[in-house]
Design a protein around this ligand. Sequence first.
Ligand SMILES: Cc1cc2nc3c(=O)[nH]c(=O)nc-3n(C[C@H](O)[C@H](O)[C@H](O)COP(=O)(O)OP(=O)(O)OC[C@H]3O[C@@H](n4cnc5c(N)ncnc54)[C@H](O)[C@@H]3O)c2cc1C
Length: 424
Amino acid sequence: MNTRPHTGSYYAATVNEVTDFAPLRGAQSADVCVIGAGFTGISTALHLAERGYNVHVIEANKVGWGASGRNGGQMIGGIAGEAHIARHHERDVEEIFGALRWAGHEIIRERVDTYGIDCDLKYGYVDVAIKERHMADIRHDYERLHAADFPHEVRILSREATREATGTDAYIGALLNMGNGHLHPLNLCVGEASAAVSLGATIYEHSPVVDIQRGAKARVVTADGSVTADAVVLAGNAYHYLERKLRGILFPVNSFMVATEPLSEETVATINPRDLAICDPNFVLEYYRLSADKRLLFGGRLNYFGDDPKLIEARHRRKIARHYPHLANVKIDFAWGGTIGVPINRVPQLGRLSPNIFYCQGYSGHGVNVTHLAGQIMADAIGGTLERFDLFADVKPFVVPFAHALSKPMVALGVLYYQLRDRL
Ligand SMILES: Cc1cc2nc3c(=O)[nH]c(=O)nc-3n(C[C@H](O)[C@H](O)[C@H](O)COP(=O)(O)OP(=O)(O)OC[C@H]3O[C@@H](n4cnc5c(N)ncnc54)[C@H](O)[C@@H]3O)c2cc1C
């Protein structure tokens, strides 16, 4: 089976360390075998290694090869599908989620400090409003944070203050949240992988898993080897292809990014003087921020399935120029795409396929934060503490109709549907 190098992203071009873990060969054994080395897999492995487990992680391509090494790097609080989970458990949303919404941020901050991970972590984020109904959501979020004594600066910005912060007239207001932030996601993922290895974890790259044999001890099989383990965690998210059930409960939604050339200080002052991450509220959304070397990293969803950098560049250039006419001819150095796993009810999918085979996927656009929390919850579940795991696992996922046969047309229809809804 072919394995693939990193996509041509800005992140891959600026990664601190090009990982080079040997493929899996021969018969190995572990306490826990994790399949997939994105944030979910690596975060789970690091939590387990910190608790003394012998963990082996098997990755088809490279550490951070999937969405985790390609994303907008926006560290956004909250968990998609909260209301659905609360309804299912007949409990108040705040009672369940008060402490969980920012738990992933805290894990990231601690890891950056503890392991000295250089991933350009910065704080400051705005949720911008395009329509009056978005302002109502912003006011609601503001009041909720205020009532919960949120320990970071949170402020509603007027239209004028939003224009000053974002350099564009596109928005009618915003919520500034200095508890959210942004980072270089591939450097975070690779740094966490090194931390896990320093604590005894083993990582194999270029090793697509082709079979999982169930049993009191499970056997995870690749072309040239196997790992026998007491427990297995499937962390392939939208790139998972092995277990039919898991492929059938997620919408794979593509999102695309470009990175411009580094911008001058004067230009930066006109578009994002406070170095904030900016995200709009649409489903077919736009999200953007500056990199550490002052490139504009601009992302958005497109109804497109390929990975032609020229096409991604052309479409995103038009969007950038709508916000920043003076950047209409800016040089674009990198263009790439990736796939996000979106559950129909938006509830992150944590569960089991058998008593010792766990899975964890489907964070929609909130994966940077929620994967880190999910890794901790998976480590708890493997250790026998199931309270937070069951919050998610008890919510039955919706099956995506014809997901296997019609995945591309279904995604196209889904994106069109949401595009229409965004316009209302
Ligand atoms: C363009 C883009 C922008 C985004 N922007 C943001 C953002 O700004 N903020 C945010 O919070 N979230 C964002 N997201 C979402 C976020 O990146 C994801 O939710 C998160 O990275 C998912 O992590 P993961 O580890 O579950 O999956 P992935 O990172 O996709 O990793 C899955 C891994 O499993 C491996 N794998 C799959 N099958 C096998 C197998 N059989 N054998 C071995 N390995 C296997 C794959 O090779 C892959 O490396 C974005 C996503 C994309 C694509």
